[in-house]
Design a protein around this ligand. Structure first.
Ligand code: CDP
Ligand code: CDP
Length: 261
């Protein structure tokens, strides 16, 4: 039985209401670990009044379930069956979760796993089961269903290449490996996790390599994606740049449709 659901509330902010007049685009943001996808995508969605979907949280939730059930991460048949029997819900974060840096609340079969999915062990498990084509099929189908109406910012590894190849705006978000590892390490520090910067660096590099080298839906910049390197940029600055690109794209589309630019 296929029982995987994604729900997410729409985030609106009155002070940027003027942007809501834009017709609803699909915005795909892909990039490596720690490049700022979740923070930036969530901010862009808030500025535009769009949905925000963190596809990586779905792979992480499934990875957590596989670890808990002791399913070997190379047992394709059991992992595919697991994906089909799993109920994942993504919701806007509660104030409590937001206070500790969560960009969304993640529910696995009805239980809140928002914190539990953010460990290095779960990240590695997610990236291992993400190499299995039939597992991806289940999650991708649900992502496509969730984003079918447009007006969404979805982030991950294959959003612009596989999930929404026709997305009106595609961003490939990047930053240097050192900066990405340091960002992730700071998050661990804030949570009190006992993990060193070199350990986080190795985890990020290993996961990047697996994500880039896998046969199915590897992490790659789509030919029509805009490369945004935010090594030396903050979240707000990066989000504003993407909102500007979205407005440009909207004008182009309106022009092409014969409307007023
Ligand atoms: O989703 P992804 O792994 O690509 O990155 P993220 O979770 O959005 O960002 C990782 C950490 O880097 C978070 O703590 C962000 O606050 C921080 N960050 C930053 O300091 N500057 C940026 N331009 C982007 C993210
Ligand atoms: O936050 P971070 O960028 O570290 O990772 P994530 O976005 O939460 O994704 C965790 C893992 O899930 C990645 O390392 C990928 O292996 C996998 N993933 C994927 O294969 N495709 C996606 N669209 C999203 C995540």
């Amino acid at each position: 039985m296929h029982d995987l659901r994604v729900t997410q509330s729409r985030i609106t902010q009155p002070r940027v209401a003027v942007l809501l007049r834009m017709s609803k685009l699909t915005i795909a943001i892909d990039g490596p670990a720690g490049s700022g996808k979740s923070s930036v995508a969530r901010r862009v969605a808030a500025m535009l009044g769009y949905l925000y979907l963190d596809s990586g949280a779905m792979y992480r939730a499934l990875g957590l379930k596989a670890l808990r059930q002791g399913i070997p991460l190379d047992d394709e048949a059991r992992l595919v069956a697991l994906a089909n029997q799993t109920h994942i819900e993504l919701r806007a974060p509660t104030a409590e979760h937001e206070a500790v840096g969560a960009k969304n609340c993640v529910f696995l079969d009805g239980a809140d796993v928002t914190r539990e999915i953010r460990t290095s062990e779960v990240a590695q498990a997610a990236s291992r089961l993400a190499t299995i084509a039939k597992v991806r099929q289940v999650l991708v189908a649900e992502q496509q269903r969730a984003g079918a109406g447009g007006g969404i910012v979805m982030e991950g590894r294959d959003i612009g290449t596989v999930v929404f190849p026709k997305a009106e705006l595609k961003i490939f978000l990047d930053a240097s490996p050192e900066v990405r590892a340091e960002r992730r390490w700071k998050e661990h520090q804030e949570k009190g996790d006992r993990i060193t910067l070199p350990e986080v660096f190795d985890e990020v590099i290993e996961r990047d390599r697996r994500d880039r080298e896998r046969k199915v839906s590897p992490l790659v910049r789509a030919a029509d994606a805009v490369l945004v390197d935010n090594t030396a940029m903050g979240i707000e600055e990066t989000a504003r740049l993407i909102v500007m690109l979205a407005q440009e794209r909207e004008k182009e589309l309106a022009g092409a449709a014969g409307g007023k630019p």
